[in-house]
Design a protein around this ligand. Structure first.
Ligand code: PHE
Length: 343
């Protein structure tokens, strides 16, 4: 996970969720009568580090399963290593379709971007009545490129128009040139399939440039730091994500309560998904009756209706999960739940 570096919020949230799961499992006696041990590797949000981390964990630490990464780009680095070794990898939150296509050892507990892009575009068209959208895409990120493509498909099929398309890359902090070009196209929406640092900065710089379009994003916006970076400029922005702490389902509510007691704040989607990914691995080991990799892969593939904090989880034949998406908006300086959308 990206415990430090640009995307540290993702790693930190994931780690908190994963740790809570391990502690709960061990308090109940562990798995197959043995305690579960969490071994953590930090890729520092740096490209190339996730493959090295996966190799270390598999050969040096002899882990029985990998949980991670969050970003699709970094899971796509680690996945071929896991696949070659036959060690199951469960991504909590990587949504690009290519991730699980790497092979039969790669799983995820979240929805995928064809769904997320469709949800966002339909919401923008039908609920918000937005018609002219501009895209601002991180061309170095498969997540960003993919989500832009899936959004465009539904948005244009439902009578919307893409009036501008601009690019940036991962660590960029100055978006003024792209936003000036976008402003000239007079969009009523700017779709930014990026992560929270870019999201906050884009919101700020768009406001400075007098660009009034509604800012739309995906799950990459989700971070407690988002509001701190974008401030007031985020007012009226919308994004989709995996989890709403308002959920009253028993497993979700217990998770929210346990997490809040520990950390003094409610968990986000990444914490919930990582909590679920660890519990899914433990459940797979229990059902397999062994940590042997082939049996564990088969058990994970057969996961049905697992009661997760992020919702009931069934691993489908593509080794993906199908889950509801939540739409969040910024209202009065607060993240505000709008609605959930079923697959
Ligand atoms: N879905 C993003 C990706 O695939 C990662 C992400 C998930 C970021 C959830 C934030 C919250 O790259």
């Amino acid at each position: 996970m990206s415990i430090t570096g640009r995307d540290a919020s993702f790693g930190e949230a994931s780690l908190r969720g994963a740790r809570l799961a391990v502690e709960e499992i061990n308090a109940r006696g562990g798995v197959l009568g043995r305690p579960l041990e969490l071994v953590v590797e930090d890729n520092r949000s740096i490209a190339g580090e996730s493959a090295t981390a996966a190799k270390k964990l598999i050969t040096r630490d002899r882990v029985v399963a990998l949980v991670g990464e969050c970003s699709s780009a970094r899971t796509l680095e680690a996945a071929p290593v896991a696949q070659a070794a036959g060690i199951p990898l469960v991504s909590p939150a990587s949504t690009n379709p290519k991730v699980t296509q790497v092979g039969d050892a790669i799983f995820r507990v979240c929805f995928i971007d064809p769904f997320q892009g469709d949800v966002l575009a339909a919401f923008a068209r039908r609920k918000l009545g937005l018609k002219r959208a501009a895209l601002l895409v991180d061309s170095s990120s498969p997540y960003s490129v993919g989500l832009a493509e899936f959004f465009t498909k539904t948005f244009t099929a439902q009578g919307g128009e893409i009036v501008a398309a601009q690019k940036y890359t991962g660590a960029d902090t100055d978006f003024r040139a792209q936003l000036t070009a976008i402003r000239a196209a007079r969009p009523d929406a700017v779709f930014l399939p990026g992560y929270y640092v870019a999201a906050g900065l884009v919101a700020k710089q768009a406001k400075e440039l007098g660009l009034k379009a509604t800012l739309l994003g995906g799950d990459g916006f989700e971070a407690p730091q988002l509001l701190g970076i974008g401030g007031e400029a985020l007012e009226g922005a919308y994004y989709s994500t995996h989890f709403a702490p308002e959920n009253t389902d028993r497993v979700s509510a217990e998770f929210v309560a346990a997490y809040s007691r520990r950390h003094g704040e409610v968990p986000n989607g990444l914490s919930a998904l990582s909590y679920d990914a660890v519990r899914l691995v433990a459940d797979g080991i229990e059902r397999a009756g062994t940590t042997e990799k082939r049996d564990l892969r088969q058990a994970l593939a057969a996961t049905k209706d697992f009661p997760g904090a992020s919702g009931r989880t069934t691993i489908n034949p593509q080794r993906d999960a199908e889950k509801e998406a939540a739409i969040i908006t910024v209202r009065g300086g607060k993240l505000t739940f709008v609605e959930t959308v079923r697959p």
